[in-house]
Design a protein around this ligand. Structure first.
Ligand SMILES: Nc1ncnc2c1ncn2[C@@H]1O[C@H](COP(=O)(O)OP(=O)(O)OP(=O)(O)O)[C@@H](O)[C@H]1O
Ligand SMILES: [Mg+2]
Ligand SMILES: [Mg+2]
Length: 522
């Protein structure tokens, strides 16, 4: 039930036979601190991650976010009688891969169940999920928060993953206020979801936000979920309670459908404070479902009380147990290895995970931990940074600022991705090489960077030559320039006699060594 949009719960819904009528960062968070005998927050997350698959969990309908309503609906998705589910192997492999990356035990045998509830965007009247035996259990995810004045202290935390279950998404109810009607779009109905249930191991909004951000990066690295929260590919329900450390956990409320990491942190902190206030006034916390109103910054009770619902779970009769195999050797005779899900094969294909990548960047390049976070947080930035390093002799510690400040700053200002950068890694490397070899000063390098950003077709050398920005390194030429200055200012020269004045210190760079010419006036 938690995977559906209920923001307008209670509005008038279309009669069931009308489904087809619509064929048309790091801040300091005091709540993360605890003092003995004080009430503290407890947070457990349920996260619905849409499996990155071309087709739905049990049908061959395509999955596409912005397709016209009801254009991606098979007979099975619409629950027409006589249709049967056919399990999508890609979704199973994605769940196994996610489970492995989150250090879960992969159940060799898992089961599908029906979870019943009545809602217009669920034509079958039940959702196929994995209640009794999910595909992955007992995992652990490590995430980090940056603390300290400059965010330079890395605090690592663990959150236990209770389980990962495969389940169907529901359709969407769209409320047309003008005509006072509700229409149903079944494009999303049957899309494969992984529900990740985390144990209540977090204590405030900031921790939950950091955990979700880490999970998002892991899923994106694995390619098992695109993790775009605004498109609903990652939906978070926050379970929140308060208690005194050492005492049993308090009654939880569930804040549903939070669609950004920032709102998640705010919703949780608001909810913790609200529950503390209720208890301190002598009241009791109700086990209820709440929604976050981003305008007011408050959580508000929703109409339905999920805690009271009986979902009438029953085994899904149309799907046999889901069996995965450890390795090719454990495949029973007669089973085609290409048709089976083999855990070992998936384990071997696991990519470098974000935490490993961050540690590698710090160790290999000697950059600061906070820089490794910035690099890994931005899709494609690590690859960009490493491509620059390959093409220049400049030290990584000197390159990092150019990538995380100059380049990223410009990209953010224009709301662009790394892939859209008008400056390529090679062009940036060429610029840094020109600075390193003394052809331009560091302030000129910044000027040239701006110009490269504006006119991406021009190389740094072209810009330097065009605007005559190069440092003069020829001694005779420098002598001539100095002589010209002296000749043009005879009065000043006379006034300074007999004081010995160092008028110009001209930095000469010959074969990478610096010399200073001091012009003496006598
Ligand atoms: N006292 C508590 N305080 C905060 N979180 C809690 C507490 N007890 C349990 N939780 C969290 O609540 C969540 C329970 O999720 P689970 O899917 O098991 O059940 P559910 O919410 O009843 O089911 P549904 O999937 O229908 O929402 C977990 O994330 C768990 O960590
Ligand atoms: Mg729940
Ligand atoms: Mg749940």
């Amino acid at each position: 039930m938690s995977n559906r949009s209920r923001e307008q719960e209670g509005k008038r819904l279309l009669p069931l036979n009308s489904w087809f009528s619509f064929i048309s960062t790091s801040y300091f968070d005091p709540l993360c601190l605890s003092a003995p005998h004080h009430l503290v927050g407890v947070v457990g997350l349920e996260i619905h991650a849409q499996v990155n698959s071309n087709t739905k969990l049990f049908s061959s309908s395509p999955v596409c976010f912005s397709a016209p309503p009801n254009s991606l609906v098979s007979f099975f998705d619409a629950s027409l009688p006589g249709t049967l589910p056919v399990l999508n192997r890609r979704c199973v492999e994605a769940a196994v891969m996610t489970g492995l990356a989150l250090n879960c035990t992969i159940n060799r045998k898992s089961l599908f169940d029906r979870k019943h509830y009545f809602y217009a965007d669920l034509p079958a009247g039940y959702q196929i999920t994995q209640q009794r035996q999910p595909i992955a259990v007992d995992g652990m995810m490590t995430y980090s928060r940056l603390e300290g004045k400059k965010g330079s202290q890395v605090i690592r935390r663990n959150v236990r993953i209770k389980q990962i279950q495969l389940e169907q998404d529901s359709g969407k109810s769209l409320h047309d206020d003008v005509h006072s009607q509700t229409l149903i779009d079944l494009n999303r109905a049957g899309v494969g979801l992984m529900e990740l249930v985390m144990e209540p191991d977090m204590s405030c909004g900031e921790e939950a936000a950091a955990a979700v951000r880490e999970l998002q990066l892991i899923l994106q690295a694995l390619g098992t979920c695109q993790g775009n929260m605004s498109e609903g590919q990652l939906r978070v329900d926050a379970n929140v309670s308060v208690h005194r450390p050492g005492e049993p956990l308090g009654i939880r409320t569930e804040v549903k459908n939070i669609n950004s990491v920032r709102y998640l942190a705010r919703a949780i902190d608001y909810e913790i404070q609200r529950q503390i206030d209720v208890l301190q006034r002598g009241g009791t916390v109700q086990n209820e479902t709440r929604a976050y109103d981003s305008k007011s910054g408050e959580t508000i009770p929703m109409r339905d009380k999920e805690g009271l619902q009986d979902y009438r779970f029953m085994p899904e009769p149309n799907l046999p147990p889901l069996i995965v195999y450890e390795d090719n050797a454990s495949l029973p005779t007669g089973i085609d290895a290409c048709q089976a899900v083999v855990v070992q094969k998936i384990r071997e294909g696991l990519p470098e995970l974000p935490s490993v990548k961050r540690d590698r960047l710090v160790q290999t390049y000697g950059i600061l931990p906070e820089h490794s976070f910035t690099l890994v947080n931005e899709d494609g930035l690590v690859e960009f940074f490493e491509a620059v390093l390959k093409a220049t002799k400049k030290e990584p510690r000197k390159v990092i600022g150019w990538v995380t400040n100059e380049l990223l700053g410009h990209l953010k200002q224009k709301d662009m991705s790394v892939a859209e950068s008008p400056i390529s890694p090679l062009a940036l490397a060429e610029l840094l090489e020109l600075q390193e070899t003394g052809h331009i000063s560091s302030s000129v390098a910044k000027q040239v960077f701006q110009e490269m950003w504006r006119s991406s077709d021009k190389s740094p050398l072209h810009i330097i030559q065009e605007q005559d920005l190069g440092l003069v390194s020829d001694a005779t030429q420098l002598h001539k320039i100095c002589q010209k200055v002296v000749d043009l200012h005879p009065d000043e020269v006379r006034q300074t006699i007999p004081i010995i004045v160092n008028i110009y210190a001209v930095k000469l760079l010959i074969s990478n060594k610096s010399y200073y010419i001091i012009i003496w006036f006598i």
